[in-house]
Design a protein around this ligand. Sequence first.
Ligand SMILES: *Cc1c(COP(=O)(O)O)cnc(C)c1O
Length: 370
Amino acid sequence: MNQILRPVARDSVLKIDPYVPGKSSAPGVDRIFKLSSNESPLGPSKKAVTAFASVAGKLEDYPEGSARRLREAIGKRYGLDPDRLVCGCGSDDLLHLLATAYVGEGDEGIFTTHGFLVYEIAIRAAGGTPVIVPETDLTADVDAILAAVTPRTKIVFIANPNNPTGTYVNMAEIKRLQANLPPNVLLVLDAAYAEYVRRNDYTAGIEMVSTCENVVMTRTFSKIHGLANLRLGWAFAPSHVCDALHRIRGPFNVNGPAMEAGIAAIEDTEHVTFAADHNEKWLGWLTEGVSKLGLKATPSVANFLLVHFPDEPGRTAVDADAFLTRRGLIVRNVASYKLPQCLRMTVGTEEANRLLLGALTDFVGGRARA
Ligand SMILES: *Cc1c(COP(=O)(O)O)cnc(C)c1O
């Protein structure tokens, strides 16, 4: 008998490829610009930093467990009932909780080929089977998703806009998806980048959550609010979904400093507008600049750009990544997203964006080191 004499994690856990975050260093380079994790180049609201610091003298106290004041602040900002909001330790926490609550052994969870990696991890961790659906033009395809639904399907995850492609599914299509899903399948709209989107036909999903029993929207403070380090996210969901999430979430899954900073951040609409304006300007500038170099850039509505490189020796995404890293420009290799020929570049400060385009110009022109 070859019995293993130690604890063994569940099979579904051992099938998970661990998430590897974007790199954050460039050995031997003094000044680095981290454009690999879609963080805000402008940082958080100063009011959020002050609010965060205000809790420093009270670290021995447990936080209020339901993040009530934060939920009220979010509710006020968006006109939502705080009782239908659940906060989490990053929206990752909420994505995991949703999978845990709705997916079990033998169940299926759907997401798309270049969808956010956390979905697969969350579905597998819950014991479920990931069902990966092809995209059309690097965009989630509603018909393909609907065709993949089986009696075992319990959840569909869509990042809208999607990371790492930067593409989005318009409101009519999202509505069509909901209308054609079986009513027992939970549709999770991960709107981590919603604040950046400036398109009339986009919806983060608020109206749909208000009117449908099977739609949840998740949001984060990690991106436009510049608070990734604090780990703070929220979900707007039907009451019965909130009830399920509250049963399984950590009783103190949002820490006090994060809560205080989050309240200040959500109230500082000026800072959010400032960050969105900055992004709009430089995303357009980068997209145009990259295209002029003859590189394909997938049109993005988020705070990053997916750039495609040719499959020619010396000119590949891997070569470009190494070249940019030598100049302290850290971007995201997206091979794990099944895009080995691409790099994802976060919109940075004006200085970083100019250095990035300059470096890409040199790379394309074959100038090894300027
Ligand atoms: C960055 C990101 C999130 C946010 O994760 P947090 O845990 O809130 O930091 C969620 N979904 C997608 C698609 C993302 O890119």
